[in-house]
Design a protein around this ligand. Structure first.
Ligand code: HEC
Ligand code: HEC
Ligand code: HEC
Ligand code: HEC
Ligand code: HEC
Ligand code: HEC
Ligand code: HEC
Ligand code: HEC
Length: 336
């Protein structure tokens, strides 16, 4: 008798919460991104499905407290907004309002990985890679966006806005220095749908995968570099293994040559022991040789940095020196 009552109460609670849940999901639905996602680019596209019957506005709040407000209207079902990310964990809130009161709140955690910084290279376990471009996802967008590829091999767009990729990915080239194939929207010259030895697990997970290592793709256009470099005796490990994108962002960067960081900061990320710079003239018993923060006498107008003395890719001299001999190196800057 008693247990019968319990079952009835339990059933009632269950039905009640299902009803509540249904109402909750009807308020809005975050179509993209997923709950705990890894990103390699500093932009996330938020797509929210919302209907004016149950919500007046949806506000997206980044953890830098930037907010973006969507006014929900009866004519539209999906709303889209690109949000900037910082390295590491980003917690981005999506809040629905009806008559000024919060009716639903959800959070999306996105981890922006770094190719070089140890602390941001390996995301915590809860994060997963969720590629976007498959038939199922694209179907939702194709109501309003043309999801086909409309680029012609090696022909830059006269008006880049005509690229079908532009509307959703316009921020990919947002930095000061942008790489020619990216700024000309020849995206599939690299995103050829293939995989390499380091990302075999990604095979068929997205139409637009890019092989890792990427080296051979880079050399398909930079043939001269390949010819010159392969003739040299010594090769820098990350360049030799084709991991060009450890140092270069293939799209766009605030540093010249699309470097992920300015040269000195880039080199010392992997070679932390060289921050003190004591290796050059340690036998002289004097202060350490500078490696930055002074002008470089050998490169007009540029600052001294690791690449004043070392070639980042290849060399005929040990330690990737910019000259064939150590004495030759010194005399590039110390004349007499
Ligand atoms: C109901 C029509 C509609 C649907 C469905 C839709 N979008 Fe959009 N989207 C738009 C419009 C219109 C814009 C232009 C910006 C604006 O007016 O909001 C846009 C812009 C975007 C942007 C650029 C936002 C920014 O901040 O620059 C992204 C990214 C985007 N959409 C992604 C998607 C994805 C992914 C899907 C499918 C999951 C999708 N959209 C489905 C209408 C839609
Ligand atoms: C309707 C919007 C939309 C259009 C159009 C679009 N993309 Fe995307 N794309 C996305 C979203 C959303 C993601 C997931 C990453 C994010 O949040 O920005 C994505 C991710 C990607 C990725 C990473 C791999 C993946 O599948 O997640 C590549 C590469 C890419 N897009 C290339 C392209 C290219 C090339 C085109 C043009 C042929 C294109 N995209 C057109 C919305 C779009
Ligand atoms: C020169 C080669 C190259 C070109 C051109 C290029 N990409 Fe990429 N892209 C890459 C590589 C390599 C990666 C892998 C991550 C990295 O190295 O940053 C990548 C990553 C991405 C990602 C992030 C994927 C993730 O897992 O988070 C998106 C989105 C993307 N590309 C979109 C585009 C779009 C859109 C274009 C055209 C405007 C484009 N790419 C042009 C090489 C390229
Ligand atoms: C589709 C052809 C194409 C591909 C693929 C390509 N590049 Fe480029 N890249 C160019 C063009 C065109 C330029 C601009 C003209 C020039 O300086 O050669 C350029 C310029 C550069 C520059 C600046 C050169 C300078 O002297 O200013 C760097 C660095 C670079 N690319 C690196 C890469 C890397 C790394 C990859 C692979 C991730 C790559 N490129 C893949 C076509 C390509
Ligand atoms: C260890 C970091 C690093 C790696 C890995 C790397 N680069 Fe570079 N790259 C640089 C730096 C730093 C410069 C700028 C050199 C300068 O300012 O003189 C540069 C310049 C360039 C340039 C323009 C100048 C030139 O020498 O023609 C091209 C093209 C280029 N890299 C392509 C590539 C390709 C292709 C790969 C992969 C095979 C690659 N890089 C791997 C650091 C790197
Ligand atoms: C992504 C990590 C990474 C970055 C960034 C990087 N290196 Fe390296 N470097 C390596 C690895 C790995 C080796 C080979 C193992 C070792 O000797 O530590 C190496 C070796 C070297 C060597 C010794 C080569 C030899 O033949 O003895 C020099 C010199 C060097 N790097 C200079 C630089 C300079 C200059 C930069 C900046 C343009 C740079 N590295 C950026 C990873 C990196
Ligand atoms: C003024 C020239 C000069 C500058 C600037 C310079 N180096 Fe060197 N570096 C040398 C010379 C010469 C050698 C070889 C002699 C030796 O081993 O001490 C060397 C050797 C190296 C080696 C291989 C041997 C070892 O000690 O591990 C690495 C790695 C290296 N440098 C990295 C860097 C990095 C990273 C920077 C920037 C922070 C830098 N260097 C700045 C001249 C320079
Ligand atoms: C790319 C340019 C460059 C190269 C190559 C270079 N140096 Fe220097 N060196 C400098 C600069 C810049 C200073 C700082 C001068 C100043 O402070 O006015 C400096 C300072 C010095 C000093 C300290 C001078 C003093 O007055 O205290 C010594 C010693 C020195 N270098 C030795 C060497 C030796 C040995 C080599 C070859 C292994 C070498 N340098 C290669 C640029 C260079």
């Amino acid at each position: 008798m008693k247990s019968y009552m319990y079952i009835k109460i339990a059933l009632f609670i269950a039905l009640f919460s299902i009803a509540l849940f249904a109402q909750e999901t009807a308020v809005f639905r975050v179509v993209n991104p997923s709950f705990a996602q890894i990103s390699q680019e500093s932009i996330a596209s938020f797509v929210v499905e919302a209907h004016s019957a149950s919500v007046d506005s949806v506000v997206i709040v980044s953890d830098a407290n930037e907010t973006f407000t969507i006014e929900v209207n009866p004519k539209r079902s999906h709303y889209c907004k690109s949000i900037n990310l910082h390295f590491g964990q980003n917690s981005i809130k999506v809040v629905g309002y009806k008559k000024g009161a919060v009716v639903k709140e959800e959070t999306r955690d996105i981890f922006l990985v770094s190719k070089v910084d140890k602390e941001h290279r390996y995301p915590p376990q809860k994060y997963a890679k969720n590629y976007f471009h498959d038939e199922k996802n694209e179907k939702i967008c194709s109501k309003c966006h043309d999801m086909s590829v409309n680029e012609v091999k090696d022909v830059a767009f006269l008006d880049i806005k005509k690229s079908n990729c532009y509307e959703c990915h316009k921020n990919i080239n947002k930095e000061k220095h942008s790489h020619a194939p990216s700024i000309n929207w020849l995206c599939t010259s690299c995103h050829n749908g293939k995989v390499g030895i380091y990302n075999q697990a990604d095979e068929n997970r997205t139409k637009y995968s890019v092989p890792d290592p990427i080296g051979d793709v880079c050399f398909s256009c930079h043939k001269k570099n390949q010819e010159q470099w392969s003739a040299k005796r010594f090769h820098h490990e990350p360049a030799e293994s084709g991991r060009c994108n450890k140092c270069h962002n293939a799209h766009s960067s605030s540093s010249e040559f699309y470097l992920r960081k300015a040269a000195w900061e880039l080199c010392t990320t992997c070679h932390k022991d060289k921050i003190e710079g004591i290796h050059v003239v340690k036998t002289f018993g004097r202060a350490a040789h500078p490696t930055h923060n002074v002008k470089d006498p050998s490169r007009n107008g540029k600052e001294l940095s690791c690449i004043s003395c070392h070639n980042p890719h290849v060399s005929n001299a040990p330690s990737l020196l910019q000259s064939e001999t150590v004495m030759g190196l010194c005399s590039r800057c110390h004349k007499k």
